[in-house]
Design a protein around this ligand. Structure first.
Ligand code: HAM
Length: 443
């Protein structure tokens, strides 16, 4: 957003080509709570972010995967009985076929379901993007429909892939220009060592039961690990002194975690060991990580996260297959970009604006010719006056105007004129060389 004449103007306002707002009464219909319209300009920025992510992923050997936006409810139930995502936030419904489905709250379960269904060659490395749905309490940076980009890799538990995946996310943030990002890293152990830790943790929380919040007392009965995820201030002193998983890792798990750290060190990726990081989904084992932006307020500062889920494929009926991945929150990343003043929205959607004073069809003809060679072109409509057309051209964000009047039509010429606060410059060119002349000036 930019400040124009004392009001915040969104990129969408700036890119709106005609700038004639209708006087509207209060709308009858609005977006549902927790959802929003993403208008031109901002939507273009989001598309550019997804394209940049796809490129980073493609270069690392990840193929694009697309799965349905809804799945059998049972697929998502595997995310865990003690997670809010499953118990409180799922958009589930009974369809006309009498079956229960849910809008996807995340993509890992869908991707693993697809892996089990199609049995591709391993390692299977994929990237994805798209909307997710969670019935959460909406606030800035937390929506009921939000977008993620992410990757999943199934079929290997080589620590090198853990590090590759963490590095991929890290490098993507850097590509956008974000610098206020911290990587939190932990190992949650595996089935050989986690039971002893859970036992120690449960005993510790039982000793301090009366000091825990009511919610955490309840969570303790369902999943003691999840208590570590409590954000309630009264729980914090107890959580801060709780036993930590890294002290209970088996030699193998410890060695695996050491391997991940070694590669990250070699790649110069800074991380903070965060022994109480548990994440909000139940499927995680061994390596887990989260990216927080120090440019965002504490409660919504997680701009991405992920980890290993070595039991999920078997849990969804497939062969025992290790897996790891992450998802990054697109909406929050873009707020962080605004805060850091990087990856700005496009100031314009077009390069050239056509001014047609012939009263004929020249704008239509020239527009089609320019668009055919890849020059983004817009025009005015409704046979407006030259003055009105120039006003719209100036606000369109295009850097050049092409002007055709009766004289140009008669002599087979067009005027190329600079826009956008540049020094006014106007040149007459032959219509036959118009494309060439525009290309010269646009590069
Ligand atoms: P998650 O931590 O639930 O992980 O979500 C990843 C990111 O999505 C969060 O860090 C946050 O940026 C964004 N996000 C989550 N909920 C919302 C919301 N309500 N509004 C806006 N943004 C939100 C997962 O989804 C896992 N599937 C990640 C993963 C992939 N683990 C392994 N593979």
């Amino acid at each position: 957003m930019v400040m124009v004449g004392g009001i915040w103007e969104t990129p969408a306002d700036r890119c709106g080509p005609q700038l004639t707002f209708q006087a509207v009464a209060k709308p009858t219909f609005k977006t549902p709570k927790g959802t929003r319209d993403i208008l031109p300009g901002e939507a273009d920025r989001q598309r550019a972010l997804v394209a940049a992510f796809g490129e980073v992923a493609r270069r690392a050997g990840y193929g694009h995967v697309m799965t349905p936006m809804f799945e059998d409810l049972a697929v998502f139930k595997r995310l865990g009985d003690s997670t809010d995502v499953v118990t409180k936030e799922m958009y589930d419904f009974e369809a006309k076929d009498g079956k229960r489905y849910a809008l996807r709250p995340e993509l890992t379960a869908s991707v693993v379901r697809a892996f089990v269904q199609h049995r591709p060659l391993i390692p299977w490395k994929v990237w994805y993007e798209g909307p997710q749905f969670r019935y959460e309490r909406p606030q800035a940076g937390r929506y009921r429909q939000f977008s993620q980009v992410g990757v999943e890799a199934l079929g290997t538990d080589d620590p090198a892939i853990d590090a590759e995946i963490v590095a991929l996310a890290w490098n993507f943030y850097k590509t956008l220009g974000l610098s206020e990002v911290t990587l939190l890293l932990n190992s949650l152990g595996d089935p050989t060592c986690r039971p002893a830790y859970i036992e120690a943790l449960t005993a510790y929380f039982q000793e301090n039961f009366d000091s825990l919040s009511e919610q955490s007392q309840f969570t303790l009965q369902v999943n003691p690990l999840r208590v570590l995820d409590s954000k309630r201030p009264d729980d914090q002193p107890i959580i801060d002194a709780a036993p930590v998983m890294v002290d209970y890792l088996s030699p193998e798990t410890g060695e695996h975690f050491g391997g991940v750290r070694r590669v990250l060190d070699r790649l110069d990726i800074p991380y903070v060991i965060s022994p109480r990081l548990v994440r909000g989904l139940d499927y995680y084992t061994r390596t887990t990580f989260e990216f927080v932006s120090t440019a965002l307020p504490g409660s919504q500062n997680a701009i991405g996260g992920g980890g290993r889920y070595d039991a999920l494929a078997a849990d969804l009926g497939g062969p025992d297959t290790p897996g790891i991945g992450f998802a990054l929150g697109v909406d929050r990343i873009l707020i962080a970009c605004d805060e850091e003043g990087v990856f700005a929205p496009p100031t314009s959607l077009v390069d050239v604006f056509l001014i047609d004073a012939t009263g004929g069809d020249e704008a239509a003809v020239i527009g089609a010719q320019l668009q055919a060679v890849g020059i983004a072109t817009d025009r005015a409509y409704d046979a407006r006056s030259m003055r009105a057309q120039f006003k719209v051209a100036d606000k369109s964000g295009a850097s050049l105007a092409v002007v055709v009047g009766d004289e140009e039509l008669a002599t087979g010429t067009a005027q190329i004129r600079t826009l956008l606060g540049q020094e006014r410059e106007q040149t007459s060119v032959a219509r036959t060389t118009l494309i060439e002349e525009l290309k010269k000036r646009l590069t």
